[in-house]
Design a protein around this ligand. Structure first.
Ligand code: TYM
Length: 333
């Protein structure tokens, strides 16, 4: 029965163009899982303004992100796709949960430390309390699992701590969700700086989902490997992080194991391997780019998708928020 399905929820900030890390760490798995779960996927636009945004760009990217979710295989008939800022309950529960989140725990968050180092002139309160809002995003929908890349695991864990703390005081209000991290692609690294994660802030090492094939190929050909004289394609994360990263990407898009890949490129070296990975990625992304472009030409359809999503999501969110308001002692309106 529909309501017995387990619930999944996740979101991405439309703060930059979507990239291969977002796809392999998150969206690809959402699409794989969406057959068997009751799914909520959203554009985390409230979160983006913790860093300054250009308003028109933010709007454009939010709409493009909706189109890309659908193009990646998230069927709006079977998945609830919505925009975070369209559901006031996120901000409302976010406030409540800030009062159940400790200063000390927020101070330990890696993303906060990274972003405050990067944006030293704008270390605002929202950047600091970001995890409380993220906990609200999640707990409103009572999901069983939150499928994210490895870098978001810490945020799902603080969400669990907040939920347990709240439940400890008021009884079982929230389901305590588990992070769901994919086996392949959980931590895609920058192509030209394989010691850091792939992110939009390092564009030369970052493959964007809607990028032109020739640009993608150029980035793969320039990918940093190592100076091992024989150029063997061998999985060794510690000593050959660049090659390991390319192998992970190749494995994630083709489904091949590391052993198969090593055999496939035995005796061939990086000169053959790098463009082969580029080609596999280009072929994976081609239909996604084409379908995204097609969908973007039909704004009316995209609007109907996010309106229907907001209506479905809003009902569930309101149910949880009302329960919370009652528990903490707010007078019913
Ligand atoms: P965000 O927007 O930075 O990233 C979105 C998703 O992409 C994954 N990801 C990666 N995976 C593998 N390799 C990479 N290089 C890589 N870069 C990004 C992230 O792990 C994530 O799954 N706080 C969240 C957004 C958010 C959210 C939520 C997520 C807000 N509320 C509620 C889940 C549930 C964020 O900043 O992700």
């Amino acid at each position: 029965m529909e309501n017995e399905k387990k619930v999944l929820l996740s979101g991405i900030q439309p703060s930059g163009e979507l990239h291969l890390g977002n796809y392999l760490g998150a969206i690809k798995n959402w699409a794989d899982l969406s057959q068997d779960f009751d799914c909520y996927w959203f554009m985390a636009d409230l979160h983006t303004i913790t860093v300054r945004q250009v308003p028109a760009e933010l709007r454009r990217r939010t709409l493009t992100q909706i189109a890309t979710y659908i193009a990646c295989g998230l069927d709006p008939e079977r998945n609830t796709i919505f925009v975070q800022s369209h559901i006031p309950a996120h901000a409302q529960l976010g406030w409540v949960l800030q009062c159940y989140t400790m200063f000390g725990e927020l101070s330990r968050m890696t993303q906060f430390k990274d972003k405050s180092a990067k944006h030293a002139d704008n270390i605002n309160a929202g950047l600091f309390t970001y995890p409380s809002l993220m906990a609200a995003d999640i707990l409103l929908y009572q999901p069983d699992y939150v499928p994210v890349g490895a870098d978001q695991k810490q945020h799902v864990e603080i969400c669990r701590d907040i939920a347990n703390r709240f439940n400890g005081i008021y009884g079982e209000v929230f389901k305590v969700p588990e992070p769901y991290i994919p086996k392949a692609g959980a931590r895609v690294r920058s192509l030209n700086q394989p010691d850091t994660k792939m992110s939009k802030s390092l564009p030369e090492g970052c493959v964007f989902l809607l990028e032109k094939p020739e640009d993608i190929m150029r980035k793969f050909k320039r990918a940093v490997t190592d100076s091992d004289r024989e150029n063997p394609v061998r999985y060794d994360l510690e000593n050959k992080p660049g090659v390991a990263n390319l192998m992970q990407i190749y494995s994630a898009v083709t489904g091949k194991t590391f052993e198969t890949i090593e055999r496939e490129f035995a005796g061939q070296g990086y000169g053959a391997f790098k463009p082969a990975v580029g080609e596999a990625v280009i072929e994976t992304l081609r239909p996604i780019r084409e379908e995204t472009e097609r969908l973007l030409a039909d704004k009316g359809y995209l609007e109907s998708v996010y309106r229907a999503g907001a209506e479905r999501a809003g009902k569930i969110a309101w149910r949880t928020l009302s329960k919370v308001y009652k528990k903490v002692g707010f007078l019913a309106p």
